[in-house]
Design a protein around this ligand. Structure first.
Ligand SMILES: CCOCCOc1ccc(-c2cn(C[C@@H]3NC[C@@H](O)[C@H]3O)nn2)cc1
Length: 463
């Protein structure tokens, strides 16, 4: 038995998302999403890349499931493209869209791989965005209706469901920072979008509970770790503001039924409030079965020498900087991945024990963890992605430390099974365990694929 030994039923797998891998953007009735529109807006995505073809996984589902089986995956986290299933976002259901996901789930179950479905991984039907999108409270109800369609179609065969992936990216990165679809820069709108995403999560939970399905359901927020640069109370307070702004804003409503009070008060100084209506927080905070955690990196926070004032008339960027009111310190000594994120495995252990203490040790699945390593296929036909192997090895050890510290962690989905469309970075940032040649669609398992396969077989690894 290897020194790092995981619990016997630990669920090892890999993750992808529909817009990032499927391609077939206009095949079999799929209608455009906001990411189809955004990616085709000049200047939004590096090289003008888009998801029209991506990894062509819509047509290669057998091949991809075979690769998962070869790897020894016990679970596979994928997302369901809302615009494939309901092209107009509400009403008419596209039978070919339903058939595709039924086939994927059937292939997975035949291969002994547990399907783990994400309902919203950012591909809002453009038709709904044309009616206000997530700014429109009705979209939360439309999302619950879409979820209900999927629960009726796949509820008996999919054991794990996540409602919304990384709501921080789907609200603040996309409506205040403007880097993701729909590319807006308005903080007030971002707070409203965030609330409607949480409401959509809650309304989908209601649909799931109504059906008394045997599976489990939760949300998959981003979490980064933030460490105080020193034990100076000002640095600790700055760190708490950073954790409020990125982590607690979405997890407190679900587990505590309210937004983090200190950060809500700071938004109120800007005249910004979430559009909470009676009953919303009760809907949002229905008990989830599990918490999905996407972890990549961490950083160090210190109090700025000159605090930024909260001024209603300032730009969204200055307002966000003022809300966090912290300086991120570039502490030397941290190697970086090929997307320049610090490699911080200790932060993984710390954020998981932080979640244990903040939210009553909820059952957690790591729904994403991985490294950007752009290593290409070598002359020997292999991909020697040593950086990714080291990143994964160190994060698996950090994960094991969190489990030994009493965290109730049930599984780990490596991001990602395949190199794919990394949003605004396009195809130049590779996160896959499998290399994809986007010209030929040739898949090449990397050294990390073989390392991970061995880890799964041993249910553990060397220290
Ligand atoms: C504070 C200001 O910051 C500006 C940039 O801020 C971020 C934060 C987070 C991300 C980010 C990207 N990913 C990987 C994806 N997760 C979902 C899956 O689709 C992967 O492709 N996770 N987090 C990007 C940018």
């Amino acid at each position: 038995h290897p020194p790092i030994q995981f619990p016997s039923q630990f669920l090892w797998g890999a993750a992808t998302s529909a817009y990032q891998i499927e391609g077939a953007h206009d095949v079999d009735g799929r209608a455009p999403s906001i990411w189809d529109s955004f990616a085709k807006t000049p200047g939004r995505v590096v090289n003008g890349d888009n998801g029209d073809i991506a990894c062509d996984s819509y047509r290669r589902v057998e091949e991809d499931v075979a690769l998962l089986k070869q790897m020894g995956a016990r679970a596979y986290r994928f997302s369901i493209a809302w615009p494939r299933v309901m092209p107009h976002g509400r009403g008419e259901v596209n039978p070919l869209g339903i058939a595709y996901y039924k086939r994927l789930v059937s292939l997975l179950r035949d291969a002994g791989i547990a399907p783990m479905a994400t309902l919203y991984h950012w591909d809002l039907p453009q038709a709904l965005h044309d009616e206000g999108g997530w700014m429109n409270r009705r979209t939360a109800q439309d999302f619950a209706a879409f979820a209900a369609v999927m629960f009726d179609a796949l509820g008996e065969s999919v054991p794990f469901w996540f409602t919304v992936n990384e709501p921080w990216c789907a609200s603040f990165l996309s409506h205040a920072i403007g880097e993701h679809a729909p590319g807006e820069k308005d903080l007030n709108r971002a707070v409203t979008v965030a609330h409607h995403l949480l409401l959509g999560h809650g309304l989908a939970m209601t649909e799931f509970r109504k059906r008394k399905l045997g599976g489990q359901i939760g949300m998959a927020p981003n979490v980064d770790w933030r460490e105080p640069y020193s034990q100076d109370p000002e640095d600790i307070a700055a760190c708490e503001r950073g954790l409020d702004w990125f982590n607690r804003w979405f997890i407190d409503p679900i587990y505590h039924g309210r937004y983090p009070a200190a950060m809500a008060a700071r938004y109120a100084e800007l005249g910004i409030r979430a559009p909470i209506e009676d009953g919303d927080m009760a809907t949002i905070s229905q008990h989830p079965d599990m918490l999905g955690i996407n972890y990549y990196t961490g950083s160090f926070a210190k109090a700025p020498a000159n605090p930024l004032p909260l001024r209603p008339g300032d730009s969204p960027q200055r307002q966000m900087d003022a809300l966090r009111n912290l300086d991120t310190v570039n502490v030397p000594g941290f190697a970086k991945t090929h997307i320049d994120w610090p490699i911080f495995p200790e932060g993984f252990t710390k954020v998981l024990t932080w979640l244990r203490d903040e939210y009553g040790n909820p059952p957690v699945f790591i729904t994403e963890n991985g490294a950007c390593d752009n290593t290409q296929v070598g002359h020997d036909g292999q991909v020697h992605d040593a950086l990714r192997v080291e990143y994964m090895h160190r994060h698996v050890i950090a994960l094991h430390r969190a489990i030994r510290s009493g965290c109730d962690i049930r599984g780990y989905m490596a991001w990602s099974l395949l190199d794919n469309f990394e949003w605004a970075y396009g195809y130049g940032k590779r996160f896959g365990l499998i290399h994809v040649d986007f010209g030929t669609q040739q898949r090449t398992p990397k050294d990390s694929f073989h390392w991970y396969s061995q880890l799964i077989a041993n249910n553990g690894c060397a220290a």
